[in-house]
Ligand binder design. Structure first.
Ligand code: PMP
Length: 310
């Protein structure tokens, strides 16, 4: 990416190396066919106390390994080892900003054609970038329901974070962008609300926080789970159930959530104002709490944070 910054060290081919030398051949299967799995984990830097808070690292690596299991392939590292490699990479890179980790498991084979049996031993790489807000979190987003439908579980399973599947996201994002919107919302093949191109979605109706079920072709987001738990803990009613398209038009509040996007509220969908077009009070409550929790500032949720002194 033009202008993208990277931290100096990466983990590649079993060792820590300078980021610049972590390179693969153009014949790599993962590059040609999208036969790879990735993750996205955030670390929040506390400048005063000089630590990085890595949020829900175990849950991220658990999903990462589940994605590989869905493909029927594996890497040679255990979940515990992946966590250790990540902490060690932080110590090498010594970040002084918020960071994003990109674990990547890929078919490194140079043979022609994708073959998950021949190439069942995937390679693993990890690198880090500095990352602030991915979408604005302080202004309301203008979103559009995509004309591209979400991939179904029996085509490319959404609960796995498979690289090739992100063509679906890229098409929806491009369409939204071409039409002047900030982001897209996918419907499932049968017309129910699924999620954003790289975010899960919540709506609020009559003081109840609602999100689509895992069976509606969404990624099983870790932020989604976090939001549900925080909401329940502060006494907000929650529902996990199918959402109709037209419910988006009458929702009182709406927001995206995800590791990258964090919590970003939506002010307009398909040209219709969400509620009064301002950040809603349930959204505000959850957003404010979320930003404290991920930084390791709330005792009750500290077990979600891996604190690395820098
Ligand atoms: N849906 C999709 C399609 C995504 O790419 C992401 C980002 N990983 C999410 C939802 C949010 O998942 P998480 O909260 O685990 O980052």
């Amino acid at each position: 990416m033009a202008g993208q910054k990277f931290f100096p060290y990466a983990f590649f081919e079993n060792k820590f190396v300078k980021f610049e030398i972590a390179k693969v051949s153009i014949a790599t299967n993962a590059l040609q066919y999208g036969t790879a799995v990735f993750g996205g984990i955030r670390g929040y830097y506390n400048a005063k106390q000089k630590y990085l808070s890595i949020f829900r690292i175990s849950d991220h690596y658990k999903r990462f390994l589940s994605s590989l299991k869905i493909l029927g392939v594996s890497i040679k590292y255990s979940q515990k080892k992946l966590e250790e490699i990540t902490v060690e990479l932080v110590k090498k890179n010594k970040p002084k900003t918020d960071v994003y980790f990109r674990p990547f498991a890929y078919a490194g084979s140079l043979n022609l054609s994708p073959n998950l049996n021949r190439d069942k031993n995937f390679s693993f790489a990890l690198y880090m970038i500095p990352l602030g807000d991915y979408l604005p979190t302080t202004k309301g987003l203008r979103v559009k329901i995509s004309s591209f439908r979400r991939i179904t579980d029996n085509s490319i399973p959404s609960r796995a974070k498979i690289s090739g599947a992100y063509i679906n996201s890229a098409l929806a994002r491009k369409e939204a962008d071409d039409l002047g919107f900030d982001e897209a919302i996918f419907l499932t093949e049968d017309g129910h609300v699924a999620e954003g191109s790289a975010e899960n979605l919540f709506i609020v109706r009559d003081e109840t926080l609602i999100t689509s079920p895992e069976s509606d072709d969404i990624l099983e987001g870790i932020t989604r789970r976090t939001v549900l738990k925080l909401a329940q803990d502060v006494g907000i009613k929650t529902q996990v159930r199918r959402i109709d398209r037209s419910e988006l038009y009458v929702a009182d509040e709406m927001f995206f959530c995800g590791t990258g996007v964090q919590i970003a509220w939506i002010s307009e969908v398909d040209g219709r104002k969400v509620g009064n077009g301002k950040r809603g009070k349930i959204t505000a409550k959850l957003q404010d709490l979320y930003f404290k929790v991920v930084k390791g500032e709330v005792e009750k949720y500290k077990s979600w944070c891996t604190i690395v002194k820098i």
